[in-house]
Design a protein around this ligand. Structure first.
Ligand SMILES: [Zn+2]
Ligand SMILES: [Zn+2]
Length: 335
């Protein structure tokens, strides 16, 4: 068999390097997956830059994996050789902690995260726990589906939190930071009949035009007041200063959901912004139910990802382009 190629982080703050090694065998309960596309998420940047402080090292980043089952470990059922599968950020959970038992496996006390505490998909092949892999069917382009595995799933969980269980239509939903997650979620929310308000960096005409093209009814700068108060808002940009801005933009009783894993400090703000039962909350990780729900709804909603493809060996360029805001939509590595 050929060797496995992977882009490896030895130490945060240093570039990834290409490593070639013997092809691993899947252990009990695992799949060996031939990666066909792996999205680059902002969380990968936080791992590489050292904002997230507890990676396994060395680590192969990447948790928006699309690939084909190349080998099946002992005890795995429900997957066939050659089948297309996806691997998300949630790599494993313990199943026995109070959170797991309460159906909140996203908060598990002893989880493994793909591309952070177990090796991920910036590679030709990866090993994954089969219980956290999802069949993806055969329709749609691998690279265009890859961002669904995190930007899509976390966006979906954030959206459900922001909506607070309402089935209403015409909800005025603000999205702060129009990157990979927002560009997917805008399409889903618009398809469900919500009114999407997109907030970008000031004067970022390209991002605002992009947002309108994906169904946003309004797009403007984060510092701007929207033309009408928002029912809820989701902050995807890792910028704490957006929290008081979003609180200012939401109505009484409205929620502001922080969808990222890392954010700069939130500046102090007057209590009046939180008063009248406004809420601020974060969304952490995902459950497998989130994944099943979103992977069912995304094709129905006709979600199309705008992607920029990079050869695997150019992972450092993809990370730099994401860090510097040079991308519209999502970056995807192709091994
Ligand atoms: Zn647990
Ligand atoms: Zn991610």
């Amino acid at each position: 068999m050929t060797n496995q190629r992977a882009m490896v982080l030895d130490r945060p703050g240093t570039p990834l390097r290409m490593r070639e090694s013997t092809m691993p065998d899947p252990g009990t309960g695992e799949l060996l997956i031939a990666v066909t596309a792996c999205g680059v998420c902002r969380t990968d940047l936080h791992v590489v830059d050292g904002d997230l402080t507890r990676p396994k090292l060395p680590i192969v980043p990447g948790h928006e994996i699309v690939g084909r089952v190349a080998a099946i470990g002992a005890g795995v059922t429900g997957f066939a050789p050659g089948e297309r599968v996806g691997v998300p950020w949630l790599g494993a959970t313990c199943g026995v902690c109070p959170y797991c038992r309460a159906g909140k496996e996203n908060l598990c006390d002893a989880p493994l995260f793909t591309g952070y505490t177990r090796d991920g998909g910036f590679a030709s092949h990866t090993i994954a726990d089969a219980r956290y892999c999802f069949p993806l069917g055969d329709s749609g382009d691998d690279a265009e589906i890859a961002p669904w595995l995190c930007a899509g799933l976390i966006g979906w969980r954030s959206y459900r939190m922001a909506m607070g269980g309402t089935k209403a239509k015409g909800v005025a939903l603000g999205l702060y930071g129009f990157g990979a997650a927002a560009h997917i979620l805008a399409q889903v929310a618009a398809w469900q009949g919500q009114q999407v308000y997109a907030f970008t960096r000031a004067l970022d005409d390209a991002a605002q035009t992009f947002a309108r093209s994906l169904g946003a009814v309004w797009a403007g700068a984060s510092e701007e007041a929207p033309p009408q108060p928002l029912d809820a808002a989701i902050i995807f940009a890792p910028v704490g200063g957006l929290v008081p801005l979003a609180l200012k933009a939401v109505k009484k009783g409205g929620r502001v959901v922080c969808g990222g894993i890392h954010m700069s400090n939130i500046p102090s703000f007057p209590y009046a912004l939180l008063w009248e039962e406004r809420q601020v909350m974060s969304v952490a990780n995902l459950t497998r139910d989130d994944a099943r729900e979103f992977l069912d709804i995304a094709p129905k909603a006709g979600v199309r990802c705008v992607v920029t493809r990079y050869p695997l060996a150019q992972a450092n360029d993809a990370l730099a382009d994401l860090r510097d805001g040079r991308l519209q939509g999502a970056a995807v590595l192709i091994p």
